[in-house]
Write a protein of this length. Structure first.
Ligand code: SF4
Length: 246
């Protein structure tokens, strides 16, 4: 699809498509937003270094991936309209990019719902996106129980925990739909850690445990280590839900 000047409505003077970097574009996904068919955009870079991260090339060496032209993405999204319900903005960590609101405005202008995947480290960005009506659903990865030692160990960097708590509190107000998620790694999380976090997030809409993928993690020491059995994750999901929803 050929883009006309009129269609690029939200960019300030002097800014071009090339100022926004997108490194991955999955045209259709059935698993990224429950009940919806979505396209997924992957933005480069992240301010965390989670040892289990399976997107570490995108985090540490994003230059290894070609930039995907936004003109191409917008053109394909326009063609997918009617089949795809929304667009999931993922990464890396999307909220570290100053141009994120402009990117989402372009997607919104096409009439799509928008889901944001985030680590919750930029509460001011999250608040602004929600207040501007730019996101419809937020999936926030909570890394560990909300204490400095657990969080720093699991995020792989010193984390400003107050910012994480601010994002959690903001989402808990329920202005938009949201989901908290935690990737569960045996070397980092014990049963009591998950139950402690569930208690800390009591009253939230959900906290979903996800199993760790040991195939190609950021920290080579985790490579090939055994994840928890899927049945255990399912059992924990039910126990966590009982606490979070109580
Ligand atoms: S928050 Fe962690 S898991 Fe997510 S992209 Fe960043 S380093 Fe990877």
């Amino acid at each position: 699809m050929e883009l006309t000047k009129r269609e690029i409505v939200h960019f300030p003077q002097g800014m071009t498509w090339e100022d926004i970097k997108v490194k991955g574009f999955l045209e259709t996904s059935f698993v990224d937003w429950a009940g919806k068919v979505v396209s997924v955009l992957f933005l480069p870079g992240c301010n965390f270094r989670c040892p289990y991260c399976h997107n570490h090339l995108l985090v540490l060496n994003p230059e290894q991936y070609e930039d995907i032209s936004l003109a191409h993405i917008v053109g394909r999204l326009a063609e997918l309209k009617g089949w795809v319900d929304g667009v999931c903005i993922s990464g890396g960590e999307p909220t570290i990019h100053p141009h994120l609101p402009l990117l989402i405005e372009e997607i919104k202008a096409l009439g799509f719902l928008v889901k944001l995947d985030t680590n919750g480290s930029q509460p001011h960005v999250l608040r602004s996106l929600v207040n501007e009506g730019l996101v419809d659903f937020v999936a926030m990865d909570v890394k560990a129980p909300l204490d400095e030692i657990s969080y720093t160990r699991t995020a792989g960097v010193l984390v400003n925990l107050e910012r994480i708590k601010e994002s959690i509190s903001f989402l808990q107000k329920g202005r938009i739909e949201y989901q908290f998620r935690i990737t569960v790694v045996p070397a980092l999380h014990r049963e009591e850690d998950l139950l402690k976090l569930a208690l800390q997030l009591r009253g939230s809409s959900s906290l979903t445990p996800q199993n760790f993928n040991p195939q190609d993690p950021l920290d080579e020491n985790l490579k090939g280590t055994s994840p928890y059995p899927d049945e255990w994750i399912r059992e924990m999901e039910a126990r966590i839900a009982a606490i979070v929803n109580s």
